[in-house]
Design a protein around this ligand. Structure first.
Ligand code: HEC
Ligand code: HEC
Ligand code: HEC
Ligand code: HEC
Length: 158
């Protein structure tokens, strides 16, 4: 068992090689019920095609998905400073560092530094109605009493 874990780059804490290309796409339909905009979003799509679904990065998030009031946070969220570590679980740091365009990702100057999702995809929603603490999942702020009406889309993302 331990051997298997070591042999698979995807579950190692830090990837030493590029992630394997998988032919079988992930099934994200459960999340698209509400997050319909992510169906065409690049980061989600690229990974979906290679078997890395929403749940791989955000957890199964069953309670979140079942909460029609939209007050329960998903299982895993990412504060800005956690994004690089999340991505380099699968993408080898040495290879990323070798890409010229990645200078901004690794600069020591905080004023010039960019996170992976600043450049890859349009994974951030234009508007947010829910704000959770990304570490604890505690609801900080919710606009509107009930946003999950049956006849309106769940997220107002553009
Ligand atoms: C019943 C509707 C519903 C379903 C199904 C749903 N979500 Fe959500 N999700 C929401 C709402 C509502 C928000 C808050 C949107 C906003 O701020 O306007 C949200 C926000 C999020 C966020 C943002 C968290 C953050 O960083 O602040 C993530 C991540 C997320 N959902 C992941 C998922 C994943 C993964 C699935 C599928 C397993 C899923 N959601 C299924 C309704 C849903
Ligand atoms: C490869 C990992 C990965 C996959 C796959 C992924 N996400 Fe994310 N997601 C992230 C990261 C990292 C962030 C934080 C991005 C940021 O703040 O710039 C995030 C943020 C979000 C947010 C919050 C956006 C905001 O405005 O704060 C939502 C909603 C979300 N993801 C939904 C989804 C859904 C739905 C799917 C599947 C269709 C999905 N994600 C697939 C890594 C992923
Ligand atoms: C669970 C493993 C996993 C995680 C975590 C992950 N990726 Fe990926 N990523 C893949 C796989 C598998 C592919 C498709 C194979 C490939 O192109 O290397 C891929 C492809 C990509 C591509 C396209 C590469 C190309 O050559 O076109 C980009 C860009 C990318 N990922 C960025 C990210 C970013 C940004 C994050 C963090 C938010 C992230 N990935 C997190 C597994 C992962
Ligand atoms: C300043 C913008 C920017 C930032 C920040 C950034 N990237 Fe990139 N990335 C690019 C560009 C431009 C390319 C090359 C063109 C392309 O393939 O999209 C690239 C290429 C890639 C590739 C495929 C090429 C390869 O040789 O591996 C992956 C995977 C990737 N980036 C992941 C990441 C991850 C993970 C992060 C965060 C650590 C990140 N990127 C941060 C702009 C950026």
């Amino acid at each position: 068992m331990a051997g298997l874990v070591v042999a698979s780059g995807a579950v190692a804490l830090v990837a030493l090689a590029d992630p394997p290309k998988t032919a079988k796409p992930a099934n994200n339909s459960y999340c698209y019920v509400c997050h319909v905009n992510f169906q065409t979003e690049e980061l989600a799509r690229t990974h979906e095609k290679h078997g890395v679904g929403c749940a791989k990065c955000h957890g199964e998030s069953d309670r979140h998905s079942a909460d029609e009031d939209g007050l329960t946070a998903p299982d895993i969220m990412y504060a800005k400073e956690k994004i690089l570590d999340a991505c380099t679980k699968c993408h080898a740091l040495t290879k990323l560092r070798a890409v010229d365009e990645h200078e901004a990702a690794f600069t020591k100057d905080p004023a010039k530094r960019k996170v992976c999702t600043d450049c890859h995809g349009k994974h951030r929603m234009a508007q947010r109605t829910r704000h959770w603490d990304k570490t604890t999942g505690k609801l900080i702020k919710a606009e509107g009493v009930r946003m999950m009406q049956k006849d309106t889309p769940a997220t107002s993302a553009k």
